[in-house]
Write a protein that binds this ligand. Structure first.
Ligand code: SF4
Ligand code: SF4
Ligand code: FES
Length: 527
């Protein structure tokens, strides 16, 4: 393997590695605009010029491959002069709108100016070439042509990743502009990624722009729940409010990207329909209850029904939106109550999917149910039939609106026959109307847990924002209930629940939160 020396640091890398990547591994930043690790090399911005001993001229680090014994200087006099020259050139026609630009805080032009340039322009302001501003070029993207540094990242993304070719460069010289190809709009399912990779404020996300300055936002590692792919994301939030999802690199799952539909699911998490307090039905109306009374009531009623009526009179239905931890605890409840447990993995019949990331299964944890041997759909249908026949005495519903899954009239008629219905959910929907007790639980952004994606990869999500009202995490509510029924202490954390799941020794054996880390790990086989 070749060894290269960069700014006095020696590093061994594999054959074919570029100088920019070798430097990154050595912890040395080489400024760059056009290079992106998920795209082909364009080599057009020249911001990454470095001095390589024995080379006659400065070389671009993004396209120079290391050779054994190579010596690179990223901060030499010649390199610094080149960096200043490139920045001065890029800024000649750049508009002076940094104070009102929504990319501030994430703009490589601003950052590199401060880090590598800091010189007055020699071109008068009046001499700037003006181009179009604030052009909506698709449902999610706004283009400001003046701010574009012509790096071609967006064009390469649309040529190489989505292969939809909506953007191109037109005109020549200082009139060179990025624009839509004739007759096109930028509305492919992955369009917002171009705003993520644009190094300046030329392409911005219409759903996020001017909603918050990024330096005020906190970031929490999480997962998208829009489909079974389980794309890795960061949730950007502030004071309990979620502002956006951004893709997080995971080479096994989503590379650098995510789809627009998944990104939009961030905005549905904190709607007005959230359930905020435990509710217990008294006659025709619900009354607000405290958690202790509500859970004690549910525990007593379910255990006395189980004792009096025997096996098969209690049903539990959990959707594939529940976490692995919640499913594990529901299985425990099913065992101690001699109840029948069933899973639902519902997606619209014409759900979109493709070969890139988007899966037709719009649930984040169908595999999690399957790997815990929770029977899907058919058993839930059988429970619904038992309810219709009047043989079901109690039904526990976790993260599932049955009226959205099967014919609503049939579901209503069935639920009316069940004397005791316990609903655990995040949002109000029709099934709650048939609840005897409604228990508000959090979304994946409000708690800890894991999902198993379509390929069997177990991945963690973490609490980003506080739970609304008096809602609690799903695992905590179920752990409390399970503890009451089993006469055991309730688990103190989602991690403890996962450890118990792993200790079962089946598909989750040998896994732990620590081992899952921020990239997840493959579940084993079921046996
Ligand atoms: S719009 Fe952004 S990503 Fe596209 S070429 Fe211009 S600077 Fe590069
Ligand atoms: S592909 Fe699926 S998991 Fe990935 S961002 Fe889109 S909806 Fe979310
Ligand atoms: S990053 Fe190397 S030329 Fe642009």
């Amino acid at each position: 393997m070749p060894t290269v020396e960069i700014d006095g640091k020696r590093i061994e890398v594999e054959d074919g590695v570029t100088v920019i990547v070798a430097a990154e591994r050595a912890g040395i930043e080489i400024p760059h605009y056009c290079w992106h690790p998920g795209l082909s090399i364009a080599g057009n911005c020249r911001m990454c010029l470095v001095e390589i001993e024995k080379a006659p001229k400065l070389q671009i680090a993004c396209n120079a491959r290391v050779t054994d014994g190579m010596v690179v200087h990223t901060q030499s006099e010649k390199t610094q002069a080149a960096q200043k020259a490139v920045l001065e050139f890029l800024l000649i026609n750049h508009p002076i709108d940094c104070p009102i630009c929504d990319q501030a805080g994430e703009c490589k032009l601003q950052e590199y100016y401060m880090d590598y340039d800091r010189q007055q322009s020699r071109v008068p302001l009046s001499g700037k070439v003006h181009k179009a501003k604030s052009l909506p070029i698709g449902p999610h993207i706004m283009l400001d042509q003046e701010r574009c540094v012509l790096c071609s990242r967006c064009i390469r993304f649309l040529d190489e990743v989505t292969k939809t070719h909506e953007l191109a460069f037109y005109e020549r010289g200082d009139h060179n502009v990025l624009a839509l190809a004739p007759g096109q709009t930028l509305d492919n399912p992955y369009s917002t990624n171009v705003a993520d990779i644009c190094p300046v404020g030329a392409l911005t996300n219409r759903d996020f722009r001017f909603r918050a300055r990024v330096w005020y936002l906190e970031r929490t590692e999480s997962l998208c729940t829009g489909c079974a792919n389980g794309c890795n994301i960061e949730i950007y939030h502030r004071e309990g409010r979620i502002f956006r999802y951004m893709p997080r690199f995971n080479p096994e799952v989503n590379q650098y990207w995510m789809c627009d539909a998944g990104r939009m699911t961030a905005y549905g998490l904190q709607g007005e329909g959230r359930l905020l307090r435990p509710l217990v039905r008294g006659g025709d109306a619900f009354a607000v209850a405290d958690w202790t009374a509500a859970l004690a009531g549910v525990g007593d009623r379910l255990s006395s029904l189980s004792r009096a009526q025997g096996r098969g009179t209690i049903g539990i239905i959990v959707s594939a939106r529940a976490s692995n931890e919640e499913v594990f605890l529901l299985r425990g409840l099913a065992t101690s109550l001699a109840a029948t447990i069933a899973g639902i993995s519902w997606s619209p019949p014409d759900a979109d999917h493709d070969d890139l990331l988007i899966k037709a299964d719009k649930n984040p944890n169908t595999q999690g149910l399957a790997l815990q041997d929770v029977p899907l759909d058919r058993t839930a249908d059988e429970l619904l039939a038992a309810a219709s026949a009047g043989t079901l005495q109690a039904l526990v519903l976790c993260r599932t609106d049955l009226t959205a899954w099967r014919d609503a009239a049939t579901v209503r008629a069935a639920l009316e026959q069940v004397p005791y219905v316990v609903v655990l959910d995040t949002d109000q929907h029709e099934t709650e109307e048939y609840g005897s007790v409604v228990l508000p639980i959090g979304t994946h952004a409000e708690g800890d847990g894991t999902f198993t994606n379509h390929a069997g990869r177990v991945q963690r999500f973490r609490r980003a924002v506080a739970l609304p009202g008096e809602a609690r995490e799903g695992w905590a509510v179920l752990g409390d209930l399970f503890g009451r029924l089993a006469g055991e202490p309730a688990p103190a954390s989602a991690e403890m629940v996962f450890a118990a799941l792993a200790a079962e020794g089946r598909a989750f054996r040998d896994l732990s939160y620590e081992q899952l880390g921020d990239q997840g790990a493959a579940a084993g086989s079921r046996s």
